[in-house]
Design a protein around this ligand. Sequence first.
Ligand code: F6P
Length: 365
Amino acid sequence: MQKEIKRIALLTGGGDCPGLNATIRAVTKSAILNYGYDVIGYKFGYRGLYNNDFMSLTLNSVADLLPKGGTILFSSNKDNLFDYQVEENGQMIKKDVSDIAVQNMKKEGVDALVVIGGDGTLTSARDFSRKGVNIIGVPKTIDNDLGSTDTTFGFNTAIDIATEALDRLTTTAQSHHRIMILEVMGRNAGFIALESGIAGSADIILLPEIPYDINRIVDKINKRKQEGNLFTIIVVAEGAKAKDGKVIVSKIVADSPDPIRLGGVGNKLAADLENIIKDQEVRCTVLGHLQRGGNTCTFDRILSTRYGVAAVDLIKQGKFGTMVCLKGNEITYDNLENVIGNNKLVDKNGELVKIAKKIGVCFAD
Ligand code: F6P
């Protein structure tokens, strides 16, 4: 028989993402209003669990949170408690400190933990679930690359922002007859570039899943010129690479479990194109963290609310070791064991790539 749930905890891990606060609000409200659970939030993701650093979450503390980006619980993408940096005998070493986290939860009477995060954060959630902790995962990431769910929250806000950026770049491109490149995030997945590229009327979309040939890009620009279009809009995913090239790494964050930060392909492409095309200026804008900041879009406010309410219902039903998912328009769940290791990529033969090609978008393949 399942132990009666009295107190639940939440944590947010990985990069911040629009919809985190909306999920915290939904979990807290639903837990208190429907089941009378006491709710706490650990600060700075798993680090808070290790340090037993938490705050009480009440109806008052989550008021006004729905639209706000970021997370009131703070976040960290460096703290994997299964391989954690600690000082021992004057030396920094890495060790598994997950038992300390489990003891802290026991001490505070935490009966279930809602973990809101992407790939890295949910991998630890799966590992805590294997240790017997009552875990429910909620999928967040602007990259939309998590398995088992059609959509993660944050993604729709990111593509709205990238689409608006493309709209704004287009007016300058048209006025100055320029080639404008927008570099967007997404790690190794091209969902942000593909969907914002279609919505923002990009002429060329470059994805990690379809290595590009610069000659095809030049052909497209020249074809547009012959047709009287003296500007070109290119959206490039940070993980895109030339057919004969490599992904471009902007930074190595040494103490992060996933240390590689991508970025730089947009400026490289601009320089490469300017060597070939002499009669048009090429400019690159790197959208960067603007894609993750500010207010949460309507779609993500609703999705986060649905996910938060569903997470609490799964706790009530005792369906632990799972992650809430969106399949079609239905909220469902899957085992965390199926989620981890099954990251999604853009299907290069999928419907969206095909429709983009049919309306003349070039993928430079
Ligand atoms: O996973 C979300 C994401 O924004 C990626 O799109 C991007 O590559 C990465 O995080 C950037 O990480 P950081 O905020 O550590 O620079």
